[in-house]
Design a binder for this molecule. Structure first.
Ligand SMILES: [Cu+2]
Length: 125
């Protein structure tokens, strides 16, 4: 079992080394477009999860509910998160949650973590 895993890892390492070698050869020769085409999407896919991890965003909306540590906002679209306009609950510190009430029109800053968002600042408009 251990041997199999090590073998697979070695094959993977060899494959990426081969890909790098091909890429350099492509640059030197200016030929072989298929290698370039397959290398680009692979690196983009590798970078995407990291970029989606902790992004900041700003939006505006109307408060529809306030909890002890959450604020529900009918918010405008948030392109940074690929969200259309919607009503959703965000995590918020108790101090931030206390600073607004239902019906307030607000501008807020969000820390995005996957499909969740935490309010880091909020101001009445
Ligand atoms: Cu939303």
């Amino acid at each position: 079992m251990k041997h199999l895993i090590l073998t697979l890892a070695a094959v993977g390492a060899a494959a990426s080394l081969t890909a790098c070698g091909k890429k350099e050869a492509t640059t030197a020769n200016g030929a072989a477009p298929p290698a370039t085409a397959s290398a680009a999407p692979a690196s983009e896919a590798g970078a995407m999860p990291m970029a989606a991890d902790a992004k900041m965003a700003k939006s505006t909306g109307t408060v529809t509910a306030v909890g002890a540590d959450s604020v529900t906002i009918d918010h405008a679209p948030i392109p940074e998160a690929n969200w259309p306009a919607m009503t959703m609950s965000f995590k918020a510190s108790p101090d931030l949650a206390k600073s607004v009430k239902v019906g307030d029109k607000v501008a807020f800053d969000l820390k995005l973590d996957g499909s969740a968002g935490e309010i880091t600042a909020i101001q009445k408009q």
